[in-house]
Structure formats: structure tokens, C-alpha cells
Ligand binder design. Structure first.
Ligand code: ATP
Ligand code: ZN
Length: 225
């Protein structure tokens, strides 16, 4: 059962944002025993429930007010916001804190043998990506006519498979690009993990609790600097 008096926080169930989010909750004193693979986990010492989902679902859960807070990468947050705006759905949220993990960049990369001349190289090209809205916004800003080919996985093999001329994907070290014969040419978005809150008002009790965790979070992050 979900109790609406308890603060609901969405976190990635497993993946690159999971440890950072759980460590931060632990550091501010919210404890869980995550022995199981359940969707919902109740804190053992605070009025907090965790919703453990795919990161792709987190922006929507916050924007629909289904959860109070969410830990999410800015890349996914911005993409979902643009997607929901285009679909006429609510896309409001508040950023409470930019966090010190989940850093990456969304970049355009093309086969190393191709000679890149600048953004105009992209004119008329097909670029495979999981972030079509962010990529299309970039094309628009640059005044380029190109198409975003949506792929949910294996984006980096799309050029070799003849599905696209280049890709637009998340990069941290660049090793995956290199392994696939691709070279990074343009960074179109720089991302970190953020903690967001639903746009509508929380009850006073819940907001006080959130503010208390935020103060502690700032302390924890400053201590790490
Ligand atoms: P899920 O099953 O939850 O959908 P996923 O495959 O989308 O998982 P992860 O690979 O765990 O996601 O990445 C989640 C987020 O971590 C990314 O959206 C991004 O914000 C961040 N991130 C940080 N570094 C990287 C990286 N090198 N590659 C991909 N994502 C990264
Ligand atoms: Zn995902």
C-alpha cells in the first residue's frame, strides 16, 4: 500500500544513477533494507517510500505528480520535458539540487573515416539517437535540415549497419565510440544527475521534511568538495 502521508521518491532501480541516489539518501539519514527486487521500498526509519523504476519513467512520474521527488539525469529530464510539451502534457517540475554524480555529455559522433567540416556536415544526414527531441532542438538552433532516427539500443552500431550516417549518444570516456570506429564531433548537451520535485505544492509536513533532507544533502556534498 502507498500511504500519501509518506514522501514518495522515484529512483532508478539499477544502473548508473542508482548508487549515487541511494548513497545520498543514506547520507541524509534515510535508511532502506533493499533485500528484495520490489517496486516499492519503505524506509525503515523515516516516512519515506521509494519507487524503484527505469530512469526513463522518472520525469513523467514527477510531472504527473505521482511521486514527490525523483533522482534523474538532466539529459533524460530535458528529453522527456520536450516530448511531453510536444504532446501537450504537463511538463512542470522544480529542480532542488544539481548533484555531484551521473556526469556525462550528449554528443554527435561520426565514422572516423568521414571528414567533418562543422555542423553543416550534418545537412541532409540521418543521425541515430535515443534523444530525438534534444537532437532536433540542436538541428533547429543550427538551422540544419537533418533527421533524428530513434533507436532505444545499439545506437553506436547504427552507422556500420547502414542505418544512419552518425549517432548522437551519451559519452563519458569515449571508449565505446572508439571501439565502434566513431569520433565525437559536437557536444550538444552536458548533463549531471539532479534531484527534482513535483511542481504543485506539497503538504507543509512533507515540504519541511524535504527541506531538512536538502540542508543535510548540501552539507554532505560540501564536505566532499
Ligand atoms: P534504465 O534501465 O533505468 O532505463 P539506462 O540503460 O537508461 O537504464 P544507464 O546506462 O544506467 O541507463 O544511465 C542512466 C543515466 O546515467 C543516463 O541517462 C545519464 O544521465 C547517466 N550517465 C552517466 N554517464 C553515462 C554514460 N557514460 N553513458 C550513459 N549514461 C550515463
Ligand atoms: Zn533508461
Amino acid at each position: 500500500m502507498i500511504d500519501s502521508n509518506r514522501l514518495r521518491i522515484a529512483v532508478q532501480k539499477s544502473g548508473r544513477l542508482c548508487d549515487g541516489s541511494m548513497d545520498l539518501l543514506k547520507a541524509v539519514g534515510v535508511k532502506f533494507s533493499l533485500r528484495d527486487r520490489l517496486l516499492i521500498a519503505h524506509s525503515t526509519n523515516q516516512p519515506v517510500d521509494l519507487l524503484r523504476v527505469r530512469d526513463d519513467d522518472i520525469p513523467g512520474l514527477v510531472m504527473d505528480g505521482v511521486v514527490d521527488l525523483g533522482f534523474i539525469g538532466e539529459n533524460e529530464l530535458e528529453e522527456k520535458m520536450l516530448e511531453r510539451q510536444a504532446a501537450g502534457k504537463s511538463s512542470e517540475y522544480k529542480v532542488l539540487e544539481r548533484l555531484d554524480f551521473g556526469g556525462c555529455r550528449l554528443s554527435i559522433a561520426i565514422p572516423s573515416e568521414d571528414e567533418y567540416t562543422g555542423p553543416e556536415w550534418l545537412e541532409g544526414k540521418k543521425i541515430a539517437t535515443t534523444y530525438p527531441h534534444l537532437l532536433e532542438r540542436y538541428f533547429k538552433e543550427q538551422g540544419i535540415n537533418a533527421s533524428a532516427v530513434m533507436l532505444n539500443g545499439s545506437v553506436e552500431v547504427a552507422p556500420r549497419a547502414g542505418l544512419a550516417d552518425g549517432i548522437c549518444d551519451l559519452v563519458s570516456t569515449g571508449a565505446t565510440l572508439e571501439a565502434n570506429g566513431l569520433e565525437e564531433k559536437e557536444v550538444i548537451f552536458k548533463s549531471k544527475a539532479v534531484l527534482i520535485q513535483r511542481a504543485d505544492e506539497l503538504s507543509d509536513t512533507k515540504q519541511l521534511l524535504v527541506n531538512k533532507y536538502l540542508t543535510r544533502m548540501n552539507g554532505v556534498m560540501q564536505a566532499k568538495e
